[in-house]
Design a protein around this ligand. Structure first.
Ligand code: GTQ
Length: 348
């Protein structure tokens, strides 16, 4: 009786759903808990790209297509949980870009903001709105939304960097625009180093003012300075969850260098283990120095220099350095914080 009743109800409901579907309607009660879950349920999964295993594959792309033809010769790091979506987290894209000696990746600009973390090789440059910066390993370089940028390699060795862009976020918002410059290479508007001279010393020009949401007037954070800052904390107690750690800032405002992507650097001393931690910003980590082990949810990953690791939202993780380790990371944290959504859990 009961069963007959529920079968009849289920049938009536199904018929109703089909009928209203023609009017582009669907019942909330069938999807409510998926739409409003008690905690984040990321589609992306923990994943690790071992640089030593990928390097040859990336260099092979250098024989198949020129930077000119490709416009950007990049292998996208696709999260295994969402293959085909060109994303490493729900909101962010990452890729490994290769530029060979003599090549130019032509000037363009787009609404999407980008960061570069230089992994290998010296002698390439990125030019941002008329100012070049020579790329050195570990340098963190940004091209904020709608700034013109081109990359070139007048040096004599291949140069590889990690690109991080807010492509999926901009796609989600349907707010993307892009254009190619009429010239391949931008002409120099200011000499190399100008931005750091004016904005890189905890001071800004006397008449400089910018609203709090603007991008940083510096566009390169040299690794030399980052490392100096991290090593400078040597004698101070490390944060139990983060080690000796900094976040990169716009020196004029203290805000994130770009409004959509936050970036961080940390040092973990050999033999130390961070306490378990989770936050709502899925995070991409890059091992710059040393080696160690990351535990992410149920999985563990051994990290070596230039390896990339992604930790999904609300997934407990911790690091253990077997040698002094320096990690760079980036995430959409400033977006979540701006919207009042960001949460963290410091576990013991
Ligand atoms: O260097 O401008 O990995 O526009 C993807 C899109 C790099 C770039 C990427 C881009 C770029």
């Amino acid at each position: 009786m009961q069963r007959e009743h529920s079968a009849a109800v289920a049938g009536a409901r199904q018929a109703y759903y089909e009928r209203i579907s023609a009017d582009h309607l669907t019942p909330l009660w069938e999807v409510l808990h998926a739409l409003v879950p008690p905690a984040p349920r990321p589609s992306i999964v923990p994943a690790h790209w071992r640089y030593a295993a990928l390097r040859d594959t990336l260099l092979e792309a250098g024989e198949l297509i020129s930077a000119q033809e490709a416009e950007r010769r990049v292998l996208i790091l696709e999260n295994p949980g969402v293959r085909g979506q060109s994303r490493i987290t729900q909101s962010l894209y990452a890729g490994l870009q290769l530029i060979l000696p003599g090549e130019v990746a032509p000037a363009h600009r787009h609404a999407q903001s980008a960061l570069r973390l230089v992994l290998e090789g010296e002698g390439a440059y990125t030019a941002v709105d008329g100012e070049r910066t020579t790329m050195r390993r570990g340098d963190f370089i940004i091209t904020p939304s709608m700034t013109w940028h081109d990359h070139g390699n007048p040096g004599d060795e291949p140069v590889v960097w990690l690109d991080g862009l807010d492509i999926p976020l901009v796609q989600f918002l349907d707010a993307g625009f892009a254009e190619k410059a009429p010239v391949q290479m931008q002409s120099e508007a200011r000499p190399e180093g100008d931005a750091l001279l004016r904005y890189g010393h905890n001071m800004v020009p006397i008449d400089f003012y910018q609203s709090a949401s603007g991008p940083t007037p510096v566009f390169v954070y040299p690794y030399r300075q980052t490392k100096h800052a991290l090593l400078g904390l040597e004698g101070t107690p490390a944060d139990p969850w983060h080690g000796h750690a900094f976040r990169y800032v716009n020196p004029a405002t203290g805000a994130s260098p770009m409004p959509t992507i936050g970036a961080f650097a940390r040092r973990l001393k050999a033999g130390t283990e961070t306490r378990p931690y989770r936050s709502t910003d899925s995070t991409v980590f890059v091992c710059l120095e040393g080696e160690g082990r990351a535990t992410v949810g149920e999985r563990t990953f051994d990290l070596a220099p230039n390896d990339v690791l992604v930790v999904p939202s609300w997934t407990v993780h911790q690091f253990r350095g077997s040698a002094d380790m320096i990690l760079f990371s980036f995430s959409d944290r400033p977006v979540q914080q701006g919207l009042g959504l960001w949460r963290e859990d410091k576990l013991s």
